[in-house]
Write a protein that binds this ligand. Structure first.
Ligand code: ADP
Length: 422
């Protein structure tokens, strides 16, 4: 625009100078002879000089505006480059897989998450099907390209591992490309399943004692003649079923508390906690003819919730006694550089390897009958795991059938500089 305006001024200046020259020549022709020869020469020189100045000014300002334009263009190019690299960094950092494909599903661009999710280092140039091994996803892209409308679907992927993805494909507004995003919702769906199972398990666990109580109460109310006899027979069972319901509700409450963050920590003498629980369970162990021993320092302090750690100790030791018929249960507490390690070992019935990965799940029991007979709710180990993990620790188990089990808990010391004393 600037250049056009300058050129117009230049043309008008030339035109005006030319007209002036014509006017002068006409004037000279009409002036009576002889006219002095320098007059036309002088007029021509003045006109030429004026035109020259105008041309020079116009050229200078044209060059300046051109330079300004170039500078602005360069600045815009740098800004554009910066924006592109910002968008690239943004796309690379996203935890959502992003593709840009052509209408046949050939990948033109993909972010880091795509390579990570499908274990495919260089997806560009390949098809969506080739990268993800999912016909459904490929169809989603082509359906989007053909209909030019947004397509949404929840799809399962089996390579390199089982996953569930929330997939959206939408068309480029003025073009033939398709944008595709995949959000990994595997964990979300797993948690939903766990929650559904949990609710089903809780209602099942509550229904059994409630049904028993109801049946016994009904029998007593129906046959008044035998009320005394029934009462003697059924009342202790009713009390024990109510105790069981109380136990389940207490365990559910502990589980909820263990899951709710943050943990209220205080200075906790973990060695003392385990020694107290050993003392508390000594009689129970003796009753079964088992030896129950504690080995380790008398005091080790760390940052923890005392009542929750007491529950960890109780659940592990109570289980060890419940599932051991002969031999011993031993607790070993050891202070390490930045953590405390607790080992609870027994010589009991052990756990078959196929059950090991599941024993920390809520309500999972290897032998339901045995667990019930010992007053178990199937929640003990999941409470332990939640408490340990909410304290930043870990729990693991090793076990051999009919030889015994070994539970190892590690807990970080926190900010406390603990001093152990033996
Ligand atoms: P429960 O209330 O049934 O004891 P837990 O969650 O404490 O529930 O334990 C889950 C299951 O793990 C138990 O039912 C039992 O089958 C198994 N288990 C736990 N501790 C031991 C152990 N020390 N030895 C053998 N099996 C065990």
């Amino acid at each position: 625009l600037i250049r056009q305006r300058q050129l117009t001024i230049l043309a008008v200046s030339f035109g005006a100078a030319f007209l002036l020259l014509l006017l002068t020549v006409a004037l000279l022709v009409s002036v009576p002879k002889p006219a002095p020869a320098w007059i036309p020469a002088a007029i021509c020189t003045v006109i030429a000089a004026l035109a020259g100045f105008k041309i020079r000014d116009t050229l200078i300002s044209t060059t300046q505006s051109l330079e300004r334009g170039n500078l602005q263009r360069e600045e815009l190019a740098i800004e554009l480059q910066q924006q592109r690299s910002d968008i690239d960094t943004f796309a690379e950092g996203l935890e959502i897989a992003i593709f840009i494909c052509d209408e046949k599903g050939e990948v033109l661009y993909s972010n880091r998450k795509v390579s990570e999710m499908f274990n495919f280092p260089e997806p560009q140039g390949k098809t969506v099907l080739g990268v993800t091994l999912s016909y459904d996803l490929q169809n989603l892209v082509t359906a989007c390209a053909n209909s030019h409308t947004k397509q949404i679907s929840e799809l399962s992927f089996s390579y390199p591992q089982e996953r569930v993805g929330y997939c959206e494909a939408w068309p480029q507004p003025e073009g033939r490309q398709v944008f595709l995003s995949i959000q990994d919702i595997t964990e979300l769906r797993r948690l939903e399943r766990v929650r559904r199972d949990f609710v089903a398990n809780v209602s099942h666990e509550l229904r059994t004692p409630l049904a028993t109580i109801r049946a016994m109460a009904e029998t007593m109310s129906e046959d008044k003649a035998q009320l005394k006899e029934f009462a003697e027979r059924y009342l202790p069972r009713i009390v024990s079923e109510v105790d069981r319901l109380t136990l389940i509700s207490e365990d559910l409450l502990s589980l909820t508390t263990a899951e709710s963050n943050p943990v209220h920590k205080q200075v906790c003498d973990i060695a003392e906690v385990f020694q107290n629980v050993v003392r508390q369970l000594e009689q129970k162990a003796q009753g079964k003819g088992l030896s129950l021993t504690y080995a380790g320092p008398k005091h080790i302090t760390l940052e923890a919730n005392i009542s929750q750690i007491t529950q960890v100790a109780f659940n592990l030791l109570d289980n060890a006694i419940n599932y051991t018929n002969y031999g011993a249960v031993a607790v070993n507490v050891e202070e390490q550089e930045s953590q405390v390690q607790i080992v609870v070992q027994d010589t009991g019935i052990g756990i078959a390897s196929e059950h090991l990965p599941r024993i920390f799940e809520r309500f999972y029991r290897v032998d339901k009958g045995r667990s019930r007979a010992t007053g178990g709710t199937g929640l003990g180990l999941s409470i332990v795991k939640h408490i340990v993990e909410s304290h930043g620790g870990q729990i693991s188990v090793e076990s051999s059938l009919n030889q015994g089990s070994k539970f190892v808990v590690t807990l970080p010391k926190g900010n406390i500089q603990s001093q152990s004393s033996s």
